[in-house]
Design a protein around this ligand. Structure first.
Ligand code: ADP
Ligand code: ASP
Ligand code: MG
Length: 407
């Protein structure tokens, strides 16, 4: 009989300390039997990645990205070794590997590398020896043996990519909440657990800041149709299934609300209003590998206009450097920085066929005296950039206005 393979990923909070690592070890071995092989992907312990990053930022505002990858990848190396030790202590055979050891090959984009291929040979060999395999999440290696990381939250991507490479039957994502909620349950206590959600909606929620899953991991799951089960590492309860189709006949207008406090706004004032200028600015920024999000250009006056855009906070210093350089070259005015912003978004595939969602969002924010600084939309979402201090209030009032607490 062919053995079944399952992939289980445990996030940072699930392995935050020794007791939690023991808990994970027990959960893993409970699944192991002679018909099942298990590949476990782990994140770094608790907030280790943030702490390592803070150490580097204490030395440099823009630390070299190659060295950041050398540094940040160590977090997962610690947790995978500790979990292997804990599993062996329970009397099961286990072996830990780094991304490079199991042949997770990536491109050269340090700090947000893309996985090119995974060579499952070493894992399959370990499976043949009946070992539970523990893989360090969030990392890979280039063709030139340089260590890379896969962007924050990248252990989710390691898990999904491994599930695809190993043809796993199940990919389970264990975290500190028992599934995907209508919004972050830390912000809204009435948030409701969603039983099933489509890849499309989850991808949109993740891209717009629902921290619970890394957006790129959902992209891969969607491309290869790998159903994901997001569940709690602290309870046995069923979590949320992320799949291709939804069981509901009609699509729901607003499925969830997201809040992203990890963006910052840059404004270049008094930009000469002539063709080609926007191209010059954004070419310069994209050359640095920075993803610009919402862009707003004001109505020009005296042949000058202001251009504002948002970037991930992690790229802020790099973006300011690039913007200042291009600003000088095109003879623009002041560069303004605003880190106190948040993106609040409504997501739902039913938005395609329901009208009035954006209007209701704007009026709810207005009723709560929350000023909208920027607006952007997609087919299945509406986002507003607002002051970060008002973000939680905005999410709570929108959750209520759209009655998301009701099934
Ligand atoms: P892990 O360490 O397991 O990767 P994360 O901290 O990355 O966990 O993600 C889990 C957290 O995501 C939860 O504690 C929750 O506060 C937050 N979160 C944000 N939006 C949602 C949502 N819509 N549903 C569930 N959790 C969410
Ligand atoms: N440890 C990395 C991070 O904090 C990767 C992960 O947890 O998925 O972003
Ligand atoms: Mg995570």
């Amino acid at each position: 009989m062919e053995k079944e393979i399952i992939v289980q990923k445990f996030g940072g909070s699930s392995v935050a300390n020794i007791d939690r690592i023991k808990n994970v070890a027990q959960r893993v071995v409970a699944y192991k039997n002679k018909h099942t092989d298990i590949a476990v992907v782990v994140s770094a312990l608790g907030d280790t990645t943030d702490e390592l990053e803070a150490l580097a930022l204490g030395l440099s505002k823009t630390p070299p990205e190659r060295e950041m990858d050398m540094l940040l990848s160590t977090g997962e190396q610690i947790s995978c070794a500790l979990l292997a030790i804990a599993i062996k202590e329970l009397g099961y055979d286990a072996i830990s590997f780094t991304g490079s050891q199991v042949g997770i090959k990536t491109d050269k984009t340090h700090t947000k590398a893309r996985i090119m291929t995974i060579d499952g040979k070493r894992i399959n060999r370990a499976f043949k020896e009946n070992k539970i395999v523990i893989v360090a999440g969030y990392q890979g290696v280039t063709a030139n043996d340089e260590i890379t990381t896969l962007g924050r939250g990248g252990s989710d991507l390691t898990a999904v990519a491994l599930a695809q490479a190993l043809k796993a039957k199940v990919c389970e994502i264990y975290t500190d909440v028992d599934g995907i909620y209508t919004t972050d349950p830390r912000i809204v206590k009435e948030a409701r657990k969603i039983k099933t959600i489509t890849f499309e909606e989850m991808l949109e929620m993740a891209s717009l800041g629902a921290q619970v899953m890394q957006a790129r991991s959902i992209e891969v799951a969607k491309r290869f149709n790998i159903p994901l089960h997001v569940r709690s590492s602290f309870s046995k309860e069923e979590g949320t299934m992320i799949t291709k189709e939804n069981e509901k006949l009609e699509e729901i207008a607003v499925r969830g609300i997201t809040c992203n406090k990890n963006e910052a706004k840059i404004t270049i004032c008094s930009v000469p209003d002539k063709p080609g200028i926007a191209a010059k600015i954004f070419e310069e920024i994209s050359k640095q590998g920075i993803n610009v999000d919402t862009i707003v250009q004001n109505v020009p006056h005296d042949k000058l206009s202001d251009i504002s855009f948002t970037v991930p906070k992690g790229d802020f210093n790099k973006a300011i450097k690039a913007t200042t350089a291009i600003g000088n070259r095109i003879k623009a005015g002041e560069i303004l920085e605003d880190r106190n912003i948040a993106r609040v978004s409504l997501v739902g595939s039913g938005m395609r066929s329901h009208s009035g969602i954006a209007a209701k969002m704007f009026s709810t924010l207005a009723d709560n005296h929350i000023n909208i600084e920027m607006i952007s939309t997609s087919e299945i979402s509406v986002s507003c950039i607002i002051a970060q201090d008002s973000a939680d209030k905005a999410v709570r009032s929108l959750h209520k206005a759209f009655k998301l607490e009701q099934p």
